[in-house]
Write a protein that binds this ligand. Sequence first.
Ligand SMILES: Cc1cc2nc3c(=O)[nH]c(=O)nc-3n(C[C@H](O)[C@H](O)[C@H](O)COP(=O)(O)OP(=O)(O)OC[C@H]3O[C@@H](n4cnc5c(N)ncnc54)[C@H](O)[C@@H]3O)c2cc1C
Length: 336
Amino acid sequence: MKILENIPIASLTTMRLGGPARFVIEIEKPEDVPEAYNFAREHELPVFVLGGGANTLGHDEGFDGVLVMNKLVGINIDMHGDSATVHAMGGEVWDDLVAKTCEAGLTGIEALSKIPGTVGAAPVQNIGAYGQDISQVLVSVEVFDTADSTFKTLTAADLGFAYRKSILNSSEYGRYFVIAATFELHVGQMARPFYKSLEKYIADNNETDFSPAAIRRMVSAIRADKLPDPAFIPSAGSFFKNVYVDDARADELLAQGFPVYRGHDGNKINSGWLIEQAGLSGKVLHGFRVNEKAALVLINESASSYADLAAARQEIIDIVFKKFGFKLEQEPVEIL
Ligand SMILES: Cc1cc2nc3c(=O)[nH]c(=O)nc-3n(C[C@H](O)[C@H](O)[C@H](O)COP(=O)(O)OP(=O)(O)OC[C@H]3O[C@@H](n4cnc5c(N)ncnc54)[C@H](O)[C@@H]3O)c2cc1C
C-alpha cells in the first residue's frame, strides 16, 4: 500500500474544497485493507473511505485522520449464454465499466453512463439514473468488515437497497470497505417506455437504435447538455435530496398543482423544481452557481472555502423553506 501525507482534500473531491488530509492510504492489493485500518488504529486516527470524491465534501481545516482509497483495478466479463457475470474491482472508474459492458452488448447499466466515481462507491448510494439503478443488477459485493476484521461477501439482499440508499450509507455506515462488485447482465436492450427525458431525446433526434451502446451515447449526450463535467467544472452532482411526502400530503400538493411523482419508493417532489420555482436558477451565491439546466446541482465557480458553501447552502434552504415549507437536506457526505 502507498501512504501519502498532507494531501489537500480539494484535489481528491469534485467540489474542489477542503484542507489537507493527514494521511492518504492507497490500497493496491486486498490484503492492504486490514493493514490500512491497523495503521489508523496505531495512530489513533479516524478512517474515511474515499473513492472518486464525487459525492463527498472536504472541510477547510482538512481531516486529521486517514483517507483510505481503493485503487484496485480489473474487470472480468464471463459470458454464459445470453447472460454475463461481470466482476469489477472497486477502484475501477464506474464509467469505464459501463463502457466495457456496452461494448459487449450487455444491458443493465447503460443508462448509468457518465455517473462520476468508482465501482466501489456505486453500491453505497445505489447509484441510479434514467430508470436504472444498480440494485436491479448487482449480485454481491466483496467487503472487508471492520467489525470483526474479516473479508466477506454480502449479497444484494444483505445490502438493503432503496432509493439512493443501502446499509453502507445508513445503518452500517463506515463498517464495510467495498473491495469488488459482481453484476449479472444480459445480452439485449432496455424495455420501453424509457425515462421521460430519454424518450424526448429519442423523438427529437429520430433515434431508432436502442442497443446498450446507443443508449449510452444518448444518455451521455443528455448529461453533457445539462450536467457539469467534474473534470472541468467543480460540483458534487445533486446537492440536495429530493423531498418525499406521505400519501395524504401528496394528494393535497397535487391538488395545489405541485408535480408529485408517485413511484415505487414513495411520493417524490424534485427538489430541483422547488429551487427553480424559488427563482434561484442561475443565481450565484457566495461563489456557487445554481446550475441553470439542473437546479439541484451547485457549481463551485469561485469559492475556495467550505464556509462559503455552508452560507450558500443555508441561503437556498431558507429561501425554499420560506416559499414552500420544505426543509431541503444535503445529499453529499462530509469528511469528518
Ligand atoms: C456531475 C455529477 C453527476 C452525478 N450524477 C449522478 C447520478 O446521475 N446518479 C447518482 O446516483 N449519482 C450521481 N452523482 C453522485 C456520484 O457520482 C455517486 O455518488 C458516485 O457513486 C460517487 O462515487 P465516488 O467514487 O466519487 O464516491 P465518493 O464521493 O468518494 O464516496 C461516496 C461515499 O461512498 C463511500 N465509499 C467510497 N468508496 C467506498 C468503498 N470502496 N467502500 C465503502 N465505501 C466507499 C464514501 O465513504 C462516501 O460515503 C453525480 C455526481 C456528480 C459530481
